[in-house]
Write a protein that binds this ligand. Structure first.
Ligand SMILES: Cc1ncc(COP(=O)(O)O)c(C=O)c1O
Length: 328
């Protein structure tokens, strides 16, 4: 009989799918790494199980323990699946801008969800970072993975996603493009690919309202860059330790609207029912390809982090899209 002992064993080995329609007029081959085919429907499954297994090995996470994490939703889902496999409890803090679907999905897999205000500074006691830290201090036998600064995050991608992309493209990848949040995805994959082929260009996709692009270009952490934006999962108001600016060649910023509209096009024109940051990454990739006159010899891999179900009430809802002014 061929079966897995637990759904977490289905993590990884996601397909690379050619984009055929949204890429009209673009010369390079654009291949999408479709991460919603992980069991938790996002790229975060990979690092979540790795953070838990590394913590177990280090003796930080003990039997019967509680995992407490600040998450935009997807890491929580990955942690919850691993927690079910291994018998841990989960409490997740989320900013109130995250979609309701993400909160409901986390509750569906047995997690307790604490909703925190979005528009407060990271060091404010009510921010989702601070509440997670406080709960970790208060609850005995609890473990706070801290995906932002936990090096197991990028290591998971260095060991799985990076090698997969290298093998799937038979080393022909010339550009790797992905959204940057904690930085685990971009750092792990880019480190691996550049070790195989130093000419690989890595483009990080950033949001307006985030500090990354300016920090890369000037070395300045500019608080004036920070303001509320709607795109979920990418861009930051902090500099996570998982972002290695040395392996990111450049950043491209994409608006909430351009990302949202492209996400809907991916569903309709490519059959890829993906999440918001996926459209953002593809929009940025196509803009980069046009501006840098990439040719037929170039192979762009763009990573699509999660699934469209998490955004049914937002970008896949016409009324919501109209209310935001994203569509007529
Ligand atoms: C939807 C979505 N896209 C992209 C990212 C960014 O990935 P990373 O945190 O590895 O930079 C995240 C991270 O939370 C996410 O939830």
């Amino acid at each position: 009989m061929k079966y897995l002992n637990h759904i977490t064993e289905a993590i990884g080995n996601t397909p690379l799918v050619k984009l055929n329609n949204v890429t009209k007029g673009i010369k390079p081959t654009v291949l999408a790494k479709v991460e919603y085919l992980n069991p938790g429907n996002s790229v975060k499954d990979r690092m979540a199980i790795r953070m838990i297994e590394d913590a177990e090995k280090a003796g930080i996470l003990k039997p019967g323990g509680t995992i407490i994490e600040g998450t935009s939703g997807n890491t929580g889902m990955g942690l919850a699946l691993a927690a079910i496999a291994k018998g841990y409890k989960c409490i997740f803090t989320l900013a109130d801008k995250q979609s309701k679907e993400k909160m409901d999905i986390l509750r569906a897999v047995g997690a307790e969800v604490v909703v925190c205000p979005t528009n407060v500074a990271p060091d404010h006691p009510d921010s989702y970072y601070s509440v997670a830290k406080r709960l970790n201090e208060e609850i005995p036998n609890s473990f706070y993975p801290n995906q932002y600064d936990n090096m197991s995050n990028w290591a998971a991608h260095y060991e799985s996603t990076g090698p997969e992309i290298w093998e799937q493209t038979e080393g022909k990848v010339t550009h790797f493009i992905t959204g940057v949040g904690t930085g685990g995805t971009v750092t792990g994959i880019s480190r691996y690919l550049k070790e195989q082929k130093p000419e690989v260009v890595t483009v990080g996709i950033d949001t307006y309202g985030s500090v990354f692009k300016k920090y890369k270009e000037t070395g300045i952490f500019d608080e004036n860059e920070i303001y509320a934006y709607a795109t979920e999962g990418i861009g930051e108001d902090i500099l996570p330790k998982n972002v290695d600016f040395d392996v990111i060649d450049t950043f491209v910023k994409v608006t909430d609207k351009d990302g949202a509209v492209m996400t809907r096009r991916l569903a309709k024109e490519e059959g890829l029912f993906v999440g918001w940051s996926c459209g953002t990454a593809v929009y940025g990739a196509l803009e980069y390809a046009r501006e840098h006159n990439l040719t037929e010899d170039d192979v762009i891999v763009v990573l699509l982090p999660d699934h469209g179900t998490r955004y049914l009430g937002k970008i896949y809802n016409d009324d919501w899209m109209r209310a935001q002014g994203y569509i007529d």
